[in-house]
Design a protein around this ligand. Structure first.
Ligand code: ACM
Ligand code: ZN
Length: 378
């Protein structure tokens, strides 16, 4: 065979071999997000789900432990968080959000001993647990313990008992509030060996900040453009704090709106794919979890499904066959593909009331998501 022909053949086989091996490669981040703030499922359910993840090759359990409607972690040194944040007065009725069930819910929370046990259980299965504590929004349960950290300081000492996005957020002009958050984050980071810490950052209404003299004074003192930039400043402060402890912060894609973020901040994109492209272009690593492909909040569309769902942006139904086609690289220019570290499927629990409903909504589709994480390009 002529040398040139041999060379061409060798190159072709190398390209083929590389493309096959790339096809077989998994994403580094193959996550499952689990919200226990809205409904609490407990240790045995979490362990069962870690087993499912292990069987399916998923490797990050993103644990949403605090939100407007509940605080689920007994943090050493901060007993007030579960004292005031782990129970709510009532819960919206399934299927009729405007009405309340009138029943107290909780207190439900994990102790440090529970966490050690679960972290070890996960580690034995090759799964890293990534805790999430939201700042500056979705924190009404923390404000139940410290109403003085809200802008007006006049809140009731109990978590929110309706679904949606609460307008009461942490006062970004209150130094004590931000320093408190840093101390709580320090303690939570000690409970979880993961190098990652999720600071949330999604859906933070700016209503209270606009009316708050302390927040406005902060904007003025720092010469910030507006309230979005104020969130950017809070995010940057928390990201740097977490980095000073040797860990890496992750934020939902809304954190991009506040301007430049420290290098190393990881962005989790749940809205339009343009945010994944933007984050990658700005040099951030990206975890992709678009509502239309990865949210169990969407109905599967099976005949006879007895459960209620909330319509969510992005599409009405999410059958397993669609989830399997989820492509984390979609919409991200090829030159930034290396920034996409993987994907995550998300269980939000406003409309998931018990274990049976949880299993119904998640278990048919989890294998499909796991397949999508194998980076099979079709
Ligand atoms: C989100 O679904 N609000 C991250
Ligand atoms: Zn304020």
């Amino acid at each position: 065979m002529k040398t040139k022909k041999k060379y061409v053949l060798a190159c072709a086989s190398l390209v083929l071999a590389l493309s096959f091996s790339a096809g077989a490669e998994s994403y580094a981040w193959r996550g499952f997000h689990f919200d226990e703030a809205r409904h609490f499922f407990g240790k045995e359910t979490v362990k069962d789900y870690l087993d499912h993840m292990h069987r399916l090759g998923l490797n990050r359990f993103h644990w949403h432990l605090a939100d407007d409607q509940g605080w689920r972690l007994d943090v050493p040194g901060f007993p007030e968080l579960v004292k005031y944040g782990a129970a709510r007065a009532s819960t919206p009725l399934p299927g009729d959000e405007q009405k309340s069930d009138g029943k107290p819910y909780g207190p439900f929370f994990y102790t440090p001993e529970d966490i050690s046990e679960i972290v070890l259980y996960a580690a034995e299965r090759g799964i890293e647990i990534v805790p999430e504590i939201e700042i500056p929004g979705h924190c009404r349960a923390l404000l139940a313990a410290h109403p003085e950290f809200s802008c007006a300081g006049d809140l009731k000492r109990e978590p929110w008992n309706v679904w949606g996005v609460c307008e009461d957020v942490i006062c970004a002009g209150n130094e004590e509030a931000l320093a408190y958050y840093e101390r709580v984050i320090d303690e939570v980071m000690k409970m979880f060996p993961s190098v990652y810490f999720h600071i949330g950052g999604d859906e933070c209404p700016k209503t209270r900040w606009k009316a708050c003299p302390k927040c406005q004074a902060r904007i003025k003192a720092l010469k910030l453009k507006d309230e979005e930039a104020l969130q950017g400043w809070v995010t940057t402060r928390m990201v740097r704090h977490i980095a000073s402890r040797g860990k890496r912060a992750i934020g939902w894609d809304e954190v991009l709106a506040g301007g430049e973020l420290p290098a190393g901040t990881i962005i989790q994109c749940w809205r339009d794919k343009k945010y994944a492209a933007e984050a990658a272009k700005r040099g951030h690593e990206v975890i992709v979890s678009p509502t239309e492909y990865t949210y169990f909040t969407l109905a599967e569309g099976l005949p006879g499904d007895p459960y209620k769902y909330r319509g969510w942006t992005g599409g009405e139904f999410l059958p397993a066959a669609k989830m399997r086609l989820f492509d984390p690289l979609a919409g991200v220019p090829t030159k930034y593909h290396d920034k996409v570290i993987g994907g995550e499927c998300c269980l939000w629990s406003e409309f998931v009331h018990d274990r049976k409903e949880l299993d119904y909504k998640v278990l048919h589709r989890l294998p499909a998501f796991a397949e999508a994480m194998k980076n099979n390009r079709y």
